[in-house]
Design a protein around this ligand. Structure first.
Ligand SMILES: [Mg+2]
Length: 246
């Protein structure tokens, strides 16, 4: 059975990607006054710069702004003005200061899961920004623990679960990202509830999980989360899904 349920933060509890998408649009409009966007393959290039910088900057709005500045200097051959670089800095600040807006139905969903399981919040990204979003969400009292990690991969989940004193087969993670929320937990021998968000950063779409992965359920909206956790917990108790080799 499942004892502990983890919830992701960005685009699972509260809106996030939309603010990054809006910033990307403004970024493109600024760079468009210097170069032809299609010729410059701006979308691909900024994503490549962001991915290349992950190990240095981690995730979040500050990393986004620095990668936009780097990309803009590169694709304009250093012709971009200081005023426009200032606008890119401001894009990062705008994302950091957006109001925290919960997804519809998510408060009820967390409360429903919390009646039967211990719940924790496991989120990644900029530490200051995540701390502020957690504080403003009004949900922090529902969680037994709040973990802000720099990367959500197999070693990070293994460490967190060791600290919680919970074996992976008794843990389920709820989140919008197959790559960050579901795949590493399933690889460890845990369970996942995938709640897709309307927009996902291309980097978070990368996964090798099969769509019919037996340790995962997908739901369309937060009101399906509690039933999906209950179904996975029943499956876990029956022992009909073999443990994954670790
Ligand atoms: Mg997320």
């Amino acid at each position: 059975m499942i004892e502990l349920v983890g919830f992701d933060g960005d685009d699972t509890l509260w809106h996030s990607q939309g603010y990054f998408d809006d910033a990307q649009q403004v970024f493109e409009s600024i760079v468009a006054s210097y170069v032809d966007l299609a010729d410059a393959r701006l979308h691909e290039r900024v994503l490549a710069v962001e991915k290349g910088n992950l190990a240095l900057y981690g995730y979040g709005a500050k990393a986004m702004a620095l990668s936009m500045i780097e990309t803009a200097i590169e694709v304009t051959g250093a012709r971009i003005s200081a005023a426009d670089l200032g606008r890119l800095v401001q894009l990062g600040k705008d994302v950091l200061q957006h109001p925290v807006e919960l997804l519809p139905g998510i408060r009820d969903a967390v409360e429903a899961v919390a009646t039967a399981h211990q719940v924790v919040l496991i989120t990644k990204g900029d530490l200051f920004h995540q701390e502020r979003k957690v504080a403003q969400s009004g949900l922090s009292h529902l969680f037994r623990r709040i973990e802000i990690v720099s990367e959500k991969d197999v070693p990070a989940y293994a460490r967190v679960l060791r600290e919680f004193g919970v074996a992976p087969q008794h843990f389920a993670m709820v989140g919008n990202s197959l790559r960050s929320d579901i795949e590493p937990v399933v690889r460890l021998g845990g369970w996942g509830v995938h709640v897709p968000y309307r927009s996902t950063w291309a980097h978070e779409l990368e996964t090798t999980l099969a769509p019919d992965e037996p340790r995962m359920r997908a739901v369309d909206a937060p009101d399906g989360i509690a039933a999906a956790v209950a179904a996975l917990s029943a499956t876990a108790a029956q022992g009909t899904v073999p443990d994954r080799p670790s």
